[in-house]
Design a protein around this ligand. Structure first.
Ligand code: GUN
Length: 293
């Protein structure tokens, strides 16, 4: 069994990005700039945005955070998006989700210029990806495709089973795995809460991608011998074995499933570190105007 080491792969990609930024700025080119809008004071969102800013600094990008109180109106946020859309210094813009109830997430996402939508959430980017045009792809599926490429795991002709059908993971993941390219060219089955005989379907998977948000849901009996297992879940669970009193686990029972898998992503250190580098890769593309010219 081989561990797919997202931590090490993401560190390599960060070095490559930093190198490219040095080359661009060395020739007098523009420093890539990522802006984030953060509304309210949810600690998890605060941590995500801080980590994104830290990663920008590591690779030589500029970044800025526009903070708003939880009471901010939809109009205030739309105006901030408009301002950043028109700021030539900013290449990429993300609005950290979830937003407070008084703000319509879709309305805000659809107000971002697709050229700056480095989260790949705007329907124009989702649509372009669906028909195989250049687009920004959301961070988790983008990061997983990068893991297949960099670990030299071929997906062509494989049976790929995806657990979860969310707009930002399961759905785009299915489209990417079925596209006419490598990685891709897989026969894709998407499972969800209404799927019958789940274990029967997962046990036939050559590649199993799990994004259902339930700690330890996938057990060894659900996995075929020699399968490639990608675990998108990350959960804090109580633990008597750590000083902090908790540990991080995925949607997959790593201890038992790793005995059967040919390749598996650990939690932490698998898919997680790839998501931030995906955002950095998209921001670099935005700065170089690679997608929309
Ligand atoms: N909240 C949870 N994941 C994400 C993400 O990838 N992007 C944004 N903007 N918000 C999130």
């Amino acid at each position: 069994m081989q561990i797919i080491d997202g931590k090490s792969i993401s560190a390599t990609i960060k070095k490559e990005i930093a190198e490219e930024v040095r080359r661009i700025t060395g020739k007098g080119g523009k420093i890539p700039h990522l802006a984030a809008i953060l509304v309210g004071d949810d600690p998890a969102s605060d941590t995500y945005v801080n980590n994104k800013s830290k990663a920008c600094k590591e690779v030589g990008f500029d970044s800025s955070v526009y903070r708003f109180p939880a009471s901010a109106s939809e109009n205030e946020i739309l105006e901030a998006v408009e301002f950043i859309n028109n700021d030539p210094v900013v290449d990429g813009l993300i609005v950290q989700l979830p937003l407070p109830d008084q703000i319509d997430n879709q309305k805000v996402i659809q107000h971002i210029r697709p050229e700056k939508d480095v989260d790949g959430f705007h329907p124009v980017n989702v649509g372009r990806m669906t028909i195989g045009l250049p687009s920004y792809v959301s961070a988790t599926p983008h990061g997983i495709m990068e893991l297949f490429m960099r670990s030299r795991i071929s997906t062509t002709g494989k049976n790929c089973v995806i657990l979860g059908r969310s707009n930002i993971v399961g759905k785009p993941m299915g489209l990417l795995m079925a596209r006419n390219a490598e990685p891709g060219n897989a026969t894709v089955t998407t499972c969800h809460s209404k799927t019958k005989n789940l274990a029967g379907i997962t046990s036939r998977a050559d590649i199993l991608i799990v994004a259902i948000g339930r700690p330890g849901f996938v057990t060894a009996d659900m996995v075929r011998e020699g399968a490639v297992v990608i675990d998108v879940g990350i959960h804090r669970v109580p633990s008597a074995d750590t000083r902090s009193g908790f540990r991080l686990v995925g949607d997959v029972r790593f201890d038992e499933v790793s005995e059967k898998a040919s390749h598996i992503t650990p939690v932490p250190g698998g898919v997680g570190p790839m998501t931030i580098v995906s955002l950095l890769m998209n921001t670099l593309k935005a700065s170089k105007k690679e997608i929309y010219g």
